[in-house]
Structure formats: structure tokens, C-alpha cells
Write a protein that binds this ligand. Structure first.
Ligand SMILES: NC(=O)c1ccc[n+]([C@@H]2O[C@H](COP(=O)([O-])OP(=O)(O)OC[C@H]3O[C@@H](n4cnc5c(N)ncnc54)[C@H](OP(=O)(O)O)[C@@H]3O)[C@@H](O)[C@H]2O)c1
Length: 336
């Protein structure tokens, strides 16, 4: 598996998003299966694993840490060989009572216990809380780096105006935003800013919740419980049909490169930018390995140009995210 540098961290070109083992895509697998899946990903060369304190069934508060516990059990024998990323939300009341640094540290220590480790390689603020200044978060994260508890830090779903404020206080390691062939808002400002400032762009939902794999059709029934696909606008039947030309395009390149559609979707972003690392998620061991295999798909510059310009000529129907479901991207939001 090829590697990439995200500032001071060396990661496999493709990471593994672990959320689906606990939340977001319907019924969760047995814990043993999930642990085995993470270990198989490592055996296949993956050294970058993504989790968050909040990932638990239905995101219910009592299920907090469910995903981190699974990841902790899975990686304990090779923890030092991987880059482990987790995330927190900052509740307004906690920040008011204890201050931001203490709040960050308390959440991190709980995460580390569940992850069975004494440091996180990458600690993200999962979402901006408008009641908490990002400068204070940056300062607190800087202190956690000095404490030796984290190696780097990041923000998630943020526009450049927020990134720049944080970057001036404690240089960022990575931004984790949504990015795929059908959700490209970050190409306008965020990726150029990150390239200029040596910040990695960790792409979440890089297969657009399965859409780009070509396996989701107008006949696919999503699960009834805890399945975000019920709310993803791009997966509404009318948008699935309207986006078919994009799937056909990907399929044409999949045949050309003897790859799968999902691998083309991942290889496209790897070819496009040197600082992008996708973290696809799957509950299925075979698909996890398939996605990691995308690092072997290489485009010639001519092939890539043809793919990218054909993609540019396509209209995308619908957005992927919930926040984006009103037809706005996160870039439109008036975040503080
Ligand atoms: N920072 C944030 O706010 C944020 C938000 C969302 C996610 N994340 C992180 O990003 C990771 C990835 O996000 P995501 O799970 O939405 O990404 P994704 O890989 O775009 O979507 C996952 C969906 O795609 C399907 N899929 C994946 N690979 C496939 C393949 N090769 N063939 C067919 N279907 C495939 C999965 O189905 P199966 O499970 O059935 O294979 C699942 O339904 C998460 O695990 C999480 O760590 C972060």
C-alpha cells in the first residue's frame, strides 16, 4: 500500500472509516466481525483508521464510545503502527463551566481509555459549536499536543474562513470534509488552502454513501433504523435516476482499468490531489478490501483528463449530507 504524508503523519493512501460498525448504515455487524474487518484492513496495508466518540447505535448518548471500543479492541496488537483519528463535540455548558482546554482533555481521555491507548494521532473537532470560538479550540488542541496526548489536530465540515482563524493559532494537521466525485465544494477554496498550508484533506463519504459504487439502484431498499441513506438527497429515487450518466461514466473507466466503480471513485481523488486521503466506510469485509485496492489503480494523465473533464460536464442532482439537504452546501453556512 502506498503512503501519503499528512503534515507530520504518514498514512496509507486509503484509510478505513469505522463509523458503519456502530452507526449510520442500518443494522450493525457482530462485534467480532467488525474487529476482524479492522484487522483484515490492517493486514491489507491500511494504517489509517477513523472513529469518533459519538459513533454508537442511533447516536444515543448512552451508546457514546461504542465505535471507539471496537476500534480499541481491534488495533491493540498493532496500535503503534497505525495513525488513529478520533473526534469530539464540545457541549456549550461544559465549555462554559470548565473552559475549552479542560473540556477537550476530558473528552480525549475518555476516548483514549476506550481506544486502549495513551495518545491519539489526530484529534478533530467534529463540528463547530458557534458558542465556542475556534481560536480557543485551536489553543486547547495546541496544549494537548504539548501534553503529548495528540500528535496533530483537525476540524471537520468547515469552510476556509474558519480554517484560517484556527490555523493562525495552532497549525492544523488535517481537515475532514465531505468530498467525492459528486460533492466537490472543497475544490473551490478548502483544498487550495490546504495545499498551500501543508494540511491534509481527509475525504469522508468518498463513495457518496454507496452511490458511486453503482450498487445502489432505484430498487434498493434502505434499512428502517439508523440508516442515513434514507435522508441522503442524492439517493432519492429521482436523483439516482438523474445521476445515472455519472455512474455510467465511472463504469466505463472501471472496465478500462479492470477495476470496480468504487475503486475508480477513490483513485480519481488520489490522482487529482497529493494531499487528499479518502476514508471509505463499509460494514462488509470484502468491500473494505476492495476499497483499499483502489491504491493500485493508476490513471495516465490522458485518462485522468478525459475522466475529469467528462465528470465536469455532468450535472449532479442532490447533495449527500443532511446539513446539505436543503440544497445548500456547508460552504454557504454562516459559521462562526
Ligand atoms: N466528519 C464527519 O462529519 C463524518 C461524516 C460521515 C462519515 N465520516 C467518516 O467517514 C467514513 C466514511 O463515510 P461513509 O461511510 O459515509 O462513506 P462511504 O464509503 O461513501 O459510504 C458508505 C456506504 O457505501 C457503501 N459502500 C462502501 N464501499 C462500497 C463498495 N466498494 N461497493 C458498494 N458499496 C460500498 C457502504 O455499504 P456496505 O456497508 O454495505 O458496504 C455504505 O452504505 C465513516 O466511516 C466515518 O469514519 C465522518
Amino acid at each position: 500500500m502506498k503512503t501519503r504524508k499528512i503534515k507530520n503523519l504518514t498514512v496509507s493512501e486509503i484509510g478505513t472509516g469505522c463509523m458503519g460498525f456502530s452507526h449510520g448504515y442500518g443494522k450493525i455487524p457482530d462485534e467480532d466481525y467488525s474487529i476482524e474487518a479492522i484487522r483484515k484492513a490492517y493486514d491489507a496495508g491500511c494504517t489509517f483508521f477513523d472513529t469518533a466518540e459519538i459513533y454508537g447505535p442511533n447516536l444515543e448518548p448512552q451508546n457514546k464510545g461504542h465505535n471507539e471500543k471496537i476500534v480499541g479492541k481491534a488495533i491493540k496488537d498493532f496500535r503503534k503502527n497505525i495513525v488513529l483519528a478520533t473526534k469530539l463535540h464540545i457541549p456549550t455548558e461544559e465549555a462554559k463551566t470548565d473552559g475549552v482546554y479542560k473540556t477537550l482533555r476530558r473528552h480525549l481521555e475518555c476516548s483514549l481509555e476506550r481506544l486502549q491507548t495513551d495518545y491519539a494521532d489526530l484529534y478533530y473537532l467534529h463540528r463547530i459549536n458557534p458558542a465556542v470560538a475556534v481560536e480557543e479550540v485551536a489553543e486547547g488542541m495546541g496544549q494537548l499536543i504539548k501534553d503529548g496526548l495528540i500528535k496533530g489536530w483537525g476540524l471537520s465540515q468547515v469552510p476556509v474562513k474558519i480554517i484560517d482563524r484556527a490555523q493562525k493559532i495552532t497549525p492544523l494537521t488535517a481537515i475532514q470534509n465531505i468530498y467525492s466525485m459528486v460533492e466537490r465544494g472543497v475544490e473551490e477554496e478548502v483544498i487550495p488552502y490546504c495545499l498551500k498550508n501543508d494540511i491534509g484533506l481527509v475525504a469522508f463519504s468518498p463513495i457518496s454513501s454507496g452511490l458511486l459504487s453503482g450498487k445502489v439502484t432505484t430498487k434498493t431498499e434502505f434499512e428502517k433504523v439508523d440508516d442515513v441513506r434514507n435522508f441522503v438527497p442524492q439517493l432519492k429515487k429521482e436523483n439516482l435516476a438523474a445521476n445515472q450518466p455519472i455512474i455510467d461514466l465511472i463504469e466505463r473507466f472501471a472496465k478500462l482499468k479492470n477495476a470496480t466503480n468504487a475503486q475508480i471513485a477513490l483513485a480519481w481523488m488520489l490522482h487529482k490531489y497529493p494531499n487528499v486521503v479518502p476514508i471509505p466506510g463499509s460494514k462488509n469485509q470484502g468491500r473494505i478490501l476492495e476499497n483499499l485496492g483502489a491504491n493500485e489503480v493508476e490513471f495516465t494523465d490522458t485518462e485522468f483528463k478525459e475522466l475529469d473533464s467528462a465528470l465536469n460536464a455532468c450535472t449532479v442532482y442532490g447533495y449527500r449530507g443532511y446539513d446539505e439537504s436543503e440544497g445548500k452546501s456547508f460552504l454557504d453556512k454562516d459559521d462562526k
